[in-house]
Write a protein that binds this ligand. Structure first.
Ligand code: AMP
Ligand code: MG
Length: 338
């Protein structure tokens, strides 16, 4: 049976995006496998930097070849990499990219990376987080490669690579999975490695608020854990939250392994970045779920690289959404005095 998108008008986009994310995922796994936890100094972030730039180079190169007119709003640019102090780092990036794209040189790799440094909204653009969850990557836990296509402000296509997530959520690392979605066509999953056909996934049908299983960031700096604990108490939720890095949390909700993902703001200054949400949002909504910010508004992808008009993010299976929003309103979560 051919992949579900073969007849779709975005088939070329999906073929290109999927192949690129898969290639980037393999690069990331290769870099991660080289980390020797014993030898890695606690503040040595170089492996994730190498993988981050390598991932962005591969994906932007692939998009640039097939869709040269499409801007990419990505997280990285090559300026730092070109500083004299970082020559060794650049060499490592070129080595990993060159292992996949014969004949790559430093100048080309930097050019590919810089294809991803658009900042402004346009009628058709991609948004890319080459490694979402850098802390998870360094800890050997979850991280994601997140790529989404936005046309006229609407998410149309998503590829969410989760190189350490299994096809089901286990306590330890899995062999890697990729979720893909096209608007109106559902969300589908396949293993990172191999040629298996995609399998459709859908959100949980659970409607009892006390039975909500939710996930949130590992990093307390990214989401107010105290507020989610208050919310859990309010709704009589007994289950402990699953803490995972990256948009793997969206994958977990899309697959029905949790009813919610809460990203609760710690202040009213921080604005979420579009690359931290685009791919995940489409994967969840196409699996039947719902995504808003904490006040209940839709996420607005028309304002450049930040979600300027949104505060925090609430992801659910759908039926539980109103209960979550109401409980947050009742508790004053997301309301700040300054
Ligand atoms: P997570 O792995 O879900 O904790 O999210 C990782 C992402 O959090 C990174 O890609 C950052 O862009 C983003 N981030 C950084 N600072 C903050 C913050 N203060 N609040 C929310 N997200 C943040
Ligand atoms: Mg990120």
């Amino acid at each position: 049976m051919p992949a579900f998108w073969k007849e779709h008008q975005l088939a070329a986009e999906m073929d290109t995006a999927l192949a690129a994310v898969r290639q980037a995922g393999l690069l990331c796994r290769e870099v991660q496998a080289e980390i020797d936890p014993g030898a890695l100094a606690k503040d040595d972030k170089s492996p994730v930097t190498v993988a981050d730039f390598g991932s962005q180079a591969l994906i932007c190169r692939a998009l640039g070849e097939v869709f040269p007119g499409d801007p990419v709003i990505g997280e990285e640019d090559a300026a730092v990499l070109q500083e004299a102090d970082n020559a060794a780092m650049l060499e490592r990036v070129v080595g990993h990219v060159g292992a996949r794209v014969a004949g790559s040189d430093a100048q080309q790799v930097c050019r590919w990376i810089d294809r991803g440094n658009a900042k402004q909204y346009s009628d058709r653009f991609w948004t890319l987080d080459p490694i979402d969850g850098t802390k998870g990557f360094l800890r050997g836990q979850q991280y994601a490669i997140a790529l989404a296509l936005v046309v006229h402000g609407r998410l149309e296509l998503a590829v969410l690579g989760c190189p350490n997530l299994g096809t089901t959520l286990a306590a330890d690392r899995g062999d890697g999975t990729i979720l893909v979605a096209i608007r109106g066509q559902g969300t589908w999953q396949m293993p990172l490695i191999g040629e298996a056909e995609p399998v459709r996934v859908s959100v949980s049908t659970q409607t009892d608020a006390s039975q909500i299983r939710f996930c949130e960031s590992v990093e307390a700096a990214h989401s107010a854990h105290g507020d989610s604990a208050r919310l859990a108490k309010r709704l009589a939720i007994a289950a402990e939250p699953a803490r995972l890095d990256s948009q793997a949390k969206y994958a977990v909700v899309a697959r029905g392994e949790a009813e919610a993902y809460l990203r609760l703001p710690r202040d009213n200054k921080y604005r979420e970045k579009i690359w931290d949400h685009g791919a995940g949002v489409l994967c969840v909504t196409e699996a039947g779920g719902r995504v808003t910010d904490v006040p209940g508004a839709d996420l607005d992808f028309t304002l450049g690289y930040r979600l300027e008009n949104n505060l925090g993010v609430v992801v659910s299976n759908g039926p539980q959404h109103e209960a979550l929003l109401q409980a947050m309103t009742d508790l004053g979560i997301g309301r700040f005095d300054d």
